[in-house]
Structure formats: C-alpha cells, structure tokens
Design a protein around this ligand. Structure first.
Ligand code: NAP
Length: 478
C-alpha cells in the first residue's frame, strides 16, 4: 500500500495528537484493522485553526497564477499515482479498484477545473444611476474554512472542496470521515509536494467530530463551513454555525427518483439504472432510491434489471473481476437489511438478492424488489446500499407529484424519448440536478448540489468558486 503518513497535518508539519491518541482504520472487506492514525482532540484542532487563521492574509495575497499552478501540479501528481491512490481508497472504503481508479480521475479533475478557474475571478466597474458615483466590485476570499467530508468518496469529496478554496485564496482545516482518513492524508502530502505553503491546508483526523468541530464553529474565526454528509448532521452544523454567522455550503443526503416512462428506450433505462443504483455499491447521495416505472413496462424493466444486478460479482474490491465491494460497516449493512425486511413484510417481492451473506466483510448482494408498498421505510430513507425498489405509476402528473413527495431534492433521473415530456418533467422535479436519459450526473464542470433538505449552495462548475468568495463593493464619487 502507498506510504501514507498517519499523523495530523498542521501548519506544514506531521504531528501526533497532543494526547497521543490514535484510532483504527478498518478494511470493510475483512473487518481487519489496516492502520492506526492520529485521533485529534480540541487542542489539535485549535492548532490547525491557528495556522489557517495566521496565513490567511498572506495566502489571499498570492498571485492567482501561483495558486492555479499548485492545483495543476497536484492534479498531475494525483494522476501519476492513480493506482496507488486507488488501492488506498479500496483498502479503507471497499469500492472495487476499477471504481476507485475512476474516483481518482474524478477527484483530480476538480483540481484541473479549479486551476483554470483560479485565474478567471473577475470584479466589476459600474456607473451608478445618479451618474456621479461609481461602483467598484472586488472579489475577496471568504477567509479560513472548515471542510468536513464523508467516507463514501474519500478523495473526490476532499478535492471538490480544497480545489475551489485554494483557487479563491482561502486557508482551511479539513476533517475527513473517521472511516476513511488515509485518502485525505495522502492528499495533504500531495498538496505539500505541489508547493502549497504551510498552514494553508491542515488535516485533522478524529473520531471525536463533535468535540473538534463545534469549538471551531462557535469560535468566530472560521468564516466558512463546507460540509458534505447526512442531512441530520448538516442541520446540527447549521445550528452551530448560526451564532457566529458562519457562511455555509451544505451537500446533504438525497432520495432520488428514477422515472421510466412507457416511451423510454428500455435498454438505456436499464443501463442508466445500473449506474444510478450501483455506482459505489449504492453508497452515493446521487443513488437512485425510488424507481417509478410506467405500469406497462414495469415488468420488463424489473426482469432485465434483476438479470443485470444478479450477474454482478460481489467480493473484495481488490479481487479482479469484482463489481460490488463491501458496504462501509456493519451498521450500514444492518440498516440495508432492515429496510429490505420492512419492504418485504409490506408485500414486496424479491427478484434477486435480499439476504445478508455469512462470512467476514460487510457484503450485501445486489437486490431488486418489485411491488414495493409506498409506505415502506426505504421510500423515505436513503438506502445507501445496492437495493433497487421498484414501484409503478400511470401518468405524468402522478409520477411528478410522487417524486417530489420527499423533503430531499438532490437529483432525479428521467427516461423518455419525448422531448416535450423530458423538459416538462425536468422543470417540475424539485431537485438540483436531473439525469435525462442518463444515470450519471456528476461532473466537475457542472454545478453539483440540491434543493430542499439536500443542501445549500453548489460545488463544481463556474459557481463552485463563488462559494469561497465574497463581494466587496467600493463606492467612488467622481
Ligand atoms: P455523516 O454521518 O453526516 O458524516 C459526514 C461527516 O460529518 C463525517 O466526517 C462525520 O464524522 C462528520 N460529523 C458527524 N457528526 C458530526 C458533528 N456532530 N460535528 C461535526 N462533524 C460531524 O455522513 P456519512 O455517513 O459520512 O456520509 C453519508 C451521507 O453523506 C449520506 O447522507 C450522503 O447522501 C451524504 N453525501 C452527500 C453528498 C452530496 O454531495 N450531497 C455527497 C456524498 C455524501 P463522524 O463520522 O466522526 O461523525
């Protein structure tokens, strides 16, 4: 495995936790401990915050081209180490190596994208309506940021935040998920190699998220929180951010509807379903959670999907030919099984999968359920596993209403060959993103994010850097 530091990265130095505490990192395919890393407490977080605050002004004053080239170098280093980084991610998170390689490319692309954006931050000049006053508009970095990431995309969730923060001239403290700290530590080392000055990025791995994060949010020096994770934790962090009016970006949970109309190209719909459901073993915020299939094609769609899902190879992500790795931990797997049991008790039919296998590792088989009762818990809960729950519908208004009947609004998928219907439904879905005849929406050049309780703000695209910039208006009488 790639040699990754197991200490905290603070002010350009690798340090043990002040109390020398460490925490284990497990391989979800075996349950075994693969490494121990430093387990930070509030004292360590304060040191990291001090460093970020101290270098903020100097970092903001660096030439955009300098920041751009650091990101570009980091992009190249990441790509040159694709295999090592992929193996690291598979070891701590479980996804198959081919998917991990895909994530490395996706993660690196955020750095390339934001290296290009760093030099395109513009301001403005305007004559005010009175004809006498002038307006100058400057863009300034928002200030020291706290970045909190989940375990499901250990590298890409980091680069999606670090890229725009570096481009905008912000300093930062990154707190990765405790299940997957190694990818973030590897990333910190790469940023160092790419020439990022000391203190700009600090990485604090911890199993005590609340103790470490809350003082930073309430302390008044952190000016921006960028969080990716569950809606439940997002709400809590929004509340903690309120006292000191910390600016927030929230990339939260989803409950995606996957809609297949009777005129859809069924092959394309099944391909799209495989991507939207099975990417990352279903452990994705963008995962299709509720399949609404027109009654006239539902049977054919379900059979074909079950055939494809049933043919997937489940096993350790390191094994060649494996399509589906383990889920992240036993809690995650038990939740998936409970949701399946609940649906079955309410009358769902299991076409394939549905039972937890014996043996080590947190594996769960690809599962297709039909005849799902709309009151089943998996309709209102992120499944976060390889389970496709299929329901039927009869008309467009009905399916739009049912798709929108959720507090979440991250993404929806629509399969139809009628352009007018495609546009109508895309407009009416209460989501931040729509996959139209595709099961994949994520792209660093596009604004990623949700509406309703799926979040606030966007990551990636032209707007991604905006989240890390403030406007400053200067009034000038002439
Ligand atoms: P999570 O439990 O909300 O945790 C996310 C991060 O928040 C972790 O680093 C976690 O660390 C930390 N955290 C938890 N409680 C905290 C607290 N009180 N104070 C500060 N930090 C705290 O989510 P997860 O299980 O890691 O990830 C899965 C969730 O992320 C799903 O809901 C998924 O939809 C969402 N997600 C959304 C997007 C998106 O872009 N919209 C992308 C990927 C994932 P600890 O584990 O130590 O508590």
């Amino acid at each position: 495995m790639i040699d990754v530091p197991n200490q905290l990265f603070i002010d350009g130095a690798w340090l043990d936790a002040a109390d020398r505490a460490t925490m284990p990192v497990h391989d979800p395919a075996t349950g075994e401990v693969i490494r121990h890393v430093a387990d930070a407490g509030p004292k360590d977080a304060l040191l990291a915050e001090d460093a970020a605050v101290r270098v903020q002004e100097e970092w903001a004053a660096t030439a955009p081209r300098v920041r751009s080239e650091i990101l570009r170098r980091a992009y190249e280093i990441i790509l040159s180490r694709t295999d090592e980084l992929a193996a690291l991610m598979t070891a701590e998170m479980g996804k198959p190596l081919a998917e991990a390689r895909g994530e490395v490319a996706y993660a690196a692309e955020f750095f390339r994208w934001f290296s290009e954006e760093a030099v395109r931050v513009d301001g403005g000049y305007g004559v005010l309506p009175d004809g006498r006053n002038r307006m100058l508009l400057m863009r300034r970095p928002v200030g020291p940021c706290l970045l909190i990431t989940p375990w499901n995309f250990p590298l890409a969730m980091g680069t999606r935040k670090i890229g725009p923060a570096v481009a905008a001239g912000c300093t930062m403290v990154l707190k990765p998920a405790p299940q997957t700290p190694l990818s973030s530590l590897a990333l910190a080392r790469i940023m160092q190699e790419a020439g990022l000055p000391d203190g700009v990025l600090n990485v604090v791995t911890t199993s005590k998220a609340g103790d470490v994060v809350e003082p930073m949010l309430r302390g008044g020096r952190i000016r921006k929180l960028s969080f990716t994770g569950s809606t439940q934790v997002g709400r809590l962090l929004l509340a903690q951010s309120a006292d000191t009016v910390v600016r927030t970006s929230m990339e939260l949970g989803g409950n995606a509807a996957f809609i297949v109309f009777d005129d859809a190209d069924l092959d394309a719909a099944v391909d799209g379903a495989m991507t939207a459901k099975m990417r990352n073993m279903g452990e994705a915020c963008t995962a299709a959670n509720r399949f609404f299939v027109h009654r006239t094609v539902a049977h054919r769609f379900a059979e074909r999907l079950a055939e494809r899902m049933g043919a997937l190879v489940v096993g350790p992500g390191t094994r060649p030919g494996v399509d589906v790795g383990p889920l992240i931990d036993e809690t995650g797997r038990a939740k998936v099984q409970e949701l399946v049991n609940d649906a079955v008790q309410r009358g769902a039919e299991v076409l394939v999968g549905g039972t937890t296998p014996d043996g080590p590792g947190h594996f769960y088989p690809p599962t297709v359920l039909t005849g799902v009762d709309p009151d089943s818990r998996l309709m209102s809960t992120e499944i976060f596993g390889p389970v496709a729950a299929i329901l039927t519908f009869d008309d467009e208004d009905e399916v739009v209403r049912r798709s929108n009947d959720t507090p979440w609004g991250l993404v929806g998928y629509v399969f139809t060959q009628q352009l007018d219907r495609a546009l109508r439904v895309s407009e009416r879905l209460e989501v931040g993103m729509v996959g139209l005849n595709t099961g994949l929406v994520s792209n660093p050049a596009a604004p990623f994010g949700g509406v309703k309780q799926s979040g606030l703000g966007r990551e990636g695209g032209r707007v991604g850097i905006e989240e890390f910039l403030e406007y400053k208006y200067i009034a000038v009488p002439v």
